[in-house]
Write a protein that binds this ligand. Structure first.
Ligand code: HEC
Length: 198
């Protein structure tokens, strides 16, 4: 991530690293450059701590999910002793959720990238959504993503994967009224009522 960010920085020959540290602001990668970083995590099967490949997602559009994390995010989690204990992710942390339908066909990819100075009011996350082929769907300070992820503001906007933390059917329906719930997730809600984030 560092190389990518520095290579697109406007600071040129003066040594981007130092320049960025002084300014406290990192350049925003293009949606395509971020997609390249996501593909590296996919290729390396960089599974997010505490998650497992093809875990249950909440709705039929994400019946199965794979969470990925880069080194900065993994370090943040291990230093804090778990996702629910992280109060601030390191800059350049990248988290990804790949979504699959019940036939394990890819339906989309979401990502969040922490950039120094990007959006201080919302903890500096660049939010992004892509089609499975990398076509950008939305990118930047996406209000709907932030409105939900702020439910775990204490964890710097990052949810622990199911069944550690779950959202109620009511919450999902408020954001995605037309989407069907995944029956496996509904079962998790019944088994783990204490896991519902309030
Ligand atoms: C209604 C609530 C809700 C909305 C809206 C939402 N998310 Fe999430 N998101 C979640 C929950 C809950 C998880 C944890 C599930 C998991 O880890 O598989 C999650 C997981 C993620 C993850 C993996 C890291 C983590 O927090 O566990 C990323 C990345 C992500 N979402 C990005 C986005 C982006 C980008 C958008 C907007 C395009 C978005 N989300 C919209 C609830 C939401």
């Amino acid at each position: 991530m560092r190389n990518l960010l520095y290579s697109v920085s406007a600071l040129g020959m003066f040594g981007a690293g130092i320049g960025i540290a002084m300014a406290g602001v990192e350049s925003v990668p293009t949606p395509q450059a971020l997609w390249q970083e996501i593909q590296v995590l996919q290729k390396n099967q960089a599974i997010m701590p505490e998650s497992s490949p093809f875990q249950a997602g909440s709705r039929t559009v994400d019946a199965f999910t794979i969470d990925l994390a880069n080194a900065a995010a993994v370090q943040s989690i291990s230093q804090a002793g778990g996702i629910i204990h992280v109060s601030r992710y390191k800059n350049d942390s990248l988290l990804v959720k790949e979504n699959f339908n019940k036939n394990r066909k890819p339906t989309g990819v979401t990502a969040m990238l922490k950039l120094a100075g990007y959006d201080a009011a919302d903890r500096n996350w660049v939010m992004a959504a892509y089609k499975p082929d990398g076509t950008m769907v939305s990118f930047g300070k996406i209000g709907s993503c932030i409105a939900c992820h702020t439910m775990v503001q204490k964890q710097d906007f990052v949810f622990a994967p199911p069944p550690q933390q779950l959202l109620s059917i009511r919450t999902w329906k408020a954001f995605f009224p037309k989407q069907e719930m995944n029956p496996a997730y509904v079962s998790l809600l019944k088994e783990h009522p204490e896991a519902v984030v309030k």
